[in-house]
Design a protein around this ligand. Structure first.
Ligand code: XBP
Ligand code: MG
Length: 259
């Protein structure tokens, strides 16, 4: 077995680092549909249902199969979806470049503290690599790309979350055992992926995921918290924060040590 000291933090992106889905990805999908002359409109409620499936291309296919069966799909459906999705990525990264989506409270603080404490950082996400880069560059700045030893994203593994594969990939690249890490997620698909890879998991919920099943989480919070905007424990050990207003490295080490 490897060293059980806390060595690394593995972060999901969408919903965890930033609230990207409703006002980012969803809006970009609709822009791409309009460009293509399609009358599809994913409102916020429908989008919540479509989030059952991770991956933008997979989500479009799921929509056609379950919510738009009358659509006369072109024979080369894979290419059609790939082109729509590329247009969506262009719109999404432009939204990020315009500064439309900030990081969630406490995210930049926790990343900085983790770096100062010598913890290794990685990203494990279903979204397209260009989206992760655009989010980091247009919030923290271009230097933050180097903060992450591995950015595991998108189609790099064929089986997307809830499959654990993207976490296995990141762990293998870092040469780490899951027991040396903590993972950060926001959704039921996310925690199924982390738990499938045997990773202890901290959840921050958002409006789309508040009611998800997080019984496998070490801790469920509303946000990571800032000194002037405390976070709240939604489930798990209410004393885990030990009086701190936010999730800090000391708390992470304590959570990691608990059996
Ligand atoms: C994120 C996703 C992604 C985004 C859209 O899930 O499922 O598909 O919604 O990005 P998670 P793409 O947070 O669990 O990684 O369109 O680039 O796939
Ligand atoms: Mg997520």
């Amino acid at each position: 077995m490897g060293d059980h000291k806390l060595q690394a933090l593995l972060f999901d992106v969408d919903g965890t680092l930033a609230d990207t889905e409703r006002d980012g990805h969803r809006v970009a999908f609709n822009m791409a549909f309009r460009d293509a002359g399609l009358d599809w409109d994913w409102d916020a409620a429908l989008y919540g249902k479509l989030l059952a499936v991770t991956g933008g291309k997979e989500r479009i296919r799921f929509y056609l199969e379950h919510y738009n069966q009358d659509f006369q799909a072109p024979p080369a459906l894979d290419d059609f979806i790939a082109a729509l999705h590329q247009a969506k990525t262009n719109h999404y990264t432009a939204l990020l470049a315009a500064g439309s989506i900030p990081l969630r409270p406490g995210v930049e603080r926790l990343l900085q503290e983790a770096r100062e404490a010598g913890l290794r950082l990685a990203i494990a996400t279903t979204t397209t690599p260009a989206n992760v880069e655009a989010l980091l560059v247009h919030t923290v700045g271009i230097e933050s790309l180097d903060w992450f030893e591995v950015i595991a994203a998108g189609d790099i593994v064929p089986a997307k979350k809830p499959a654990p594969d993207i976490y296995f990939y990141a762990l293998e690249k870092m040469g780490l055992e899951p027991a040396a890490c903590l993972a950060f997620e926001d959704s039921s698909n996310g925690i199924r992926a982390t738990r499938g890879a045997d990773l202890k998991t901290i959840i921050t919920v958002n409006d789309y995921t508040r009611e998800d099943d997080f019984s496998e989480a070490a801790l469920v919070l509303d946000t990571f918290g800032e000194p002037d905007a405390p976070c709240h424990v939604l489930s798990g050990d209410a004393k885990a924060l030990n009086g701190s207003a936010c999730l800090d490295v000391k708390t992470l080490r304590r959570l990691h040590e608990d059996a």
